[in-house]
Design a protein around this ligand. Structure first.
Ligand code: NDP
Ligand code: MG
Length: 383
């Protein structure tokens, strides 16, 4: 029998590349359900092409055109964020690929775990916001979480077969679009500039998060929850070529690195096919062409978001959820030209300083923590 996939966020960058992997491995996978937020046209095309059972559109305003587009097909159509969570827990699939962006990914991950699904997780915000709740829940329900994020897939691969204690995880970082810009120029950066990522072609939110290094901070938190590694054993190093996707250093001084051309279909296919690997039509790596792999220290003044994320991880409780909610509002405002680049970190700091701190949040508590963080960021940004 084929493995049945539910792909949450199928119209996004990770969602589309997941469907590429399904296309390449049609004998192994079939798609049960797909979801999108507003792009109902693309969702309808995908649903017809992959002959799915169910589609969900997050924004209810697009239910009507979507149902009309699919009226001649035996495809069930639902709308709303609760329906996205419901489809994540529905019985007609084995594996849930969570390629949603932001906080919207948290509750669907929880529902999928409660339904004992295998989860291929791109939505790092699930763990940034709710790692303390999600990881114990996944252990209790025996629901494996396989990372899609390239750094975490790299660390996962470096740890395969290892039982020895590790000295540290070394998360690599491309430096994002503003890597070569002096700190003094950041005040005038436009969204167009910050969207020019040098190495990866990704959705808009994560591309801005890569420019501010909020993304790298979130990846430190994500690594903590996935691998149980404390903050002081997770380092970040800038590696502009993005060939080494991350490393693990062991107590004997040995270091393992996972390498390859930047292509998210590699970690996506591993998350879906582990412990096997996909056979992909990828050119052999050219070491001579890539003869120089370089590393730089991160300028912590230019990129304050990295240390803010470390602080949130060390504080625990609701701190990182607050950082995430404020960041989502500020990034959306920056993309809409409603605030400046430096206001993103300003809004995060303001929200963290003024939010209530919840020591041991339950899944339900995150709703209010996220709402408060968004309200604080909006008031800081005068939106
Ligand atoms: P995109 O913005 O490209 O896609 C997001 C997807 O989620 C789309 O299908 C979108 O639908 C849907 N969506 C957006 N907002 C909502 C919402 N409020 N409710 C329900 N669905 C929603 O994002 P990416 O694919 O770039 O990123 C997805 C996740 O993967 C993020 O957590 C990101 O950090 C992580 N990731 C991404 C990488 C990449 O290379 N892109 C690399 C590593 C991690 P619609 O199209 O209709 O708007
Ligand atoms: Mg990453």
């Amino acid at each position: 029998m084929k493995e049945r996939l539910t792909i949450l966020g199928s119209t996004g960058s990770i969602g589309e590349q997941t469907l590429d992997i399904v296309r390449e491995n049609g004998e192994r996978f079939e798609v049960s359900a797909l979801t999108a937020h507003r792009n109902w046209q693309r969702l309808a095309e995908q649903a017809i092409a992959f002959e799915v059972d169910t589609v969900v559109i997050g924004d209810e305003r697009y239910y009507k055109p979507l149902s009309e587009a699919l009226s001649r097909y035996p495809i069930k159509v639902f709308a709303g964020s609760d329906s996205i969570a419901d489809v994540a827990g529905a019985t007609n699939s084995d594996t849930v690929v969570n390629a949603l962006v932001g906080y919207s990914g948290l509750m669907p991950t929880a529902k999928a775990i409660k339904a004992h699904k295998k989860i291929a997780l791109a939505n790092k915000e699930t763990l940034v916001v709710g790692g303390a709740t999600i990881i114990p829940m996944a252990i209790e329900h025996k629901s494996p979480i396989l990372p899609i994020d390239s750094e975490h897939s790299a660390i996962f691969q470096c740890l395969m077969g290892e039982h020895a204690p590790l000295r540290r995880l070394i998360v690599t970082c491309s430096g994002g679009a503003l890597r070569d810009l002096p700190k003094e120029a950041l005040a005038r950066v436009t969204a167009k500039q910050a969207l020019q990522h040098p190495r990866w072609d990704m959705g808009a939110k994560i591309t801005i998060d890569s420019a501010t290094l909020v993304n790298k901070g979130f990846e430190v938190i994500e690594a903590h929850w996935l691998f149980g590694t404390p903050a002081d054993k997770i380092d970040v190093v800038m590696h502009p070529e993005s060939i080494i996707h991350s490393m693990v250093e062991f107590e004997d001084g040995s270091i393992k690195a996972q390498m390859g051309e930047p292509d998210m279909r590699t970690p996506i296919s591993l998350a879906l096919m582990y412990p096997q690997r996909a056979k992909r039509d990828v050119a052999p790596f050219d070491f001579v062409k890539n003869s120089s792999l370089t590393f730089r220290e991160i300028d912590r003044e230019k990129y304050p978001a990295l240390d803010i994320a470390y602080d949130c991880l060390r504080r625990g409780g609701s701190a990182a959820a607050t950082m995430n909610g404020a960041n989502e509002v500020a990034v959306a405002a920056f993309l809409a030209d409603e605030c400046r680049y430096l206001d993103i970190v300003g809004a995060i700091e303001y929200a963290i300083t003024n939010a209530d701190f919840v020591e041991k949040p339950s899944l339900e508590d995150y709703v209010e923590i996220d709402r408060q963080a968004r309200a604080l960021a909006k008031s800081y940004l005068k939106l």
